[in-house]
Design a protein around this ligand. Structure first.
Ligand SMILES: Nc1nc2c(ncn2[C@@H]2O[C@H](COP(=O)(O)OP(=O)(O)O)[C@@H](O)[C@H]2O)c(=O)[nH]1
Ligand SMILES: [Mg+2]
Length: 252
């Protein structure tokens, strides 16, 4: 066998390397903390911890910047990053995008939190803008559902109920029941911080930067862009409009 044939045969084993995201499709990479139920147990406040939240926002910022996304959304231990149909990073190679996004998230979170943490990553593809809106509505609904459940669960646990008791009490119960359970204990779910109930969005905003031309000494202003973190997202139809506006933001 010639060295070239040998090379080719070995390359055949890199079976998934040619896999690419569909050209022209909107894409989302979603990273999720591995085993965060255990990881957060002794380290963070329950059900929500503002420090963990800030660490997730920092991680989302790094992903948005490094991968050239247009919008990022974070809730709980997950981050979704949206990419335009004309996004060409790594020639849209799936293995590269999935592994590097997981790597950036794991490295950034570990650096910020000071303890090793690992994220997995997956790809979602959508054929049009409506599908993208549905995607983010889906994640936001998940955030709201988990926030209500988490508040109920940890309220019962802090009252002394076991894992099994608290789980049994909440199993199959309606949104109304859970709201009432909290209300009877002086917690109004609708007054809890919006980032807990609706998640957090990160997008790009343009701003004018004032400077001085070193040669002429004259004042000049240049267009720059920076990340904006939105801790008070709208919901339902208003969130549709919000996401559509983010989709129009130019690629970096
Ligand atoms: N204590 C605490 N835990 C959190 C917070 N946000 C997310 N988590 C945990 O992260 C888990 C994320 O869910 P999931 O990804 O399904 O669980 P995993 O497979 O164990 O990572 C939740 O079940 C919570 O236990 C927080 O603010 N505080
Ligand atoms: Mg997780």
């Amino acid at each position: 066998m010639s060295p070239n044939e040998f090379e080719d045969r070995m390359r055949e084993g890199e079976f998934f390397h040619s896999l690419r995201l569909l050209r022209g499709a909107w894409c989302v990479l979603r990273v999720d903390g591995r085993g965060f139920s255990r990881f957060t147990e002794a380290r963070y406040e329950k059900p929500f911890d503002a420090t963990l939240h800030q660490q997730m926002v920092r991680t989302a910022s790094a992903l948005l910047e490094e991968l050239q996304g247009v919008y990022a959304y974070t809730e709980s231990d997950e981050i979704s990053v949206l990419f335009r149909p004309d996004w060409e990073l790594f020639d849209r190679e799936v293995e590269k995008l999935v592994s590097i996004s997981a790597g950036v998230a794991s490295a950034t979170f570990t650096h910020v939190a000071g303890v090793p943490a690992v994220f997995d990553s997956r790809v979602w593809m959508g054929a049009n803008e409506n599908a993208v809106v549905d995607y983010f509505r889906w994640r936001q609904a998940d955030a709201t559902r988990c926030a209500l459940h988490g508040w109920c669960y940890w309220t019962l646990r802090k009252e002394g109920q076991s894992v099994a008791q608290a789980s049994r009490e909440l199993h199959g119960k309606s949104v109304g029941f859970k709201n009432e359970l909290l209300f009877q204990r002086g917690i109004n779910f609708n007054e809890l911080p919006l980032w807990q109930r609706r998640g957090t969005g990160l997008s790009w905003e343009q701003y004018e930067k004032e400077g001085e031309d070193p040669r002429t000494g004259r004042k000049v202003s240049t267009q720059r862009r920076r990340l904006r973190v939105d801790e008070s997202l709208p919901m339902k139809e208003e969130y549709d409009t919000y996401v559509r506006e983010r989709m129009k933001s130019p690629a970096s």
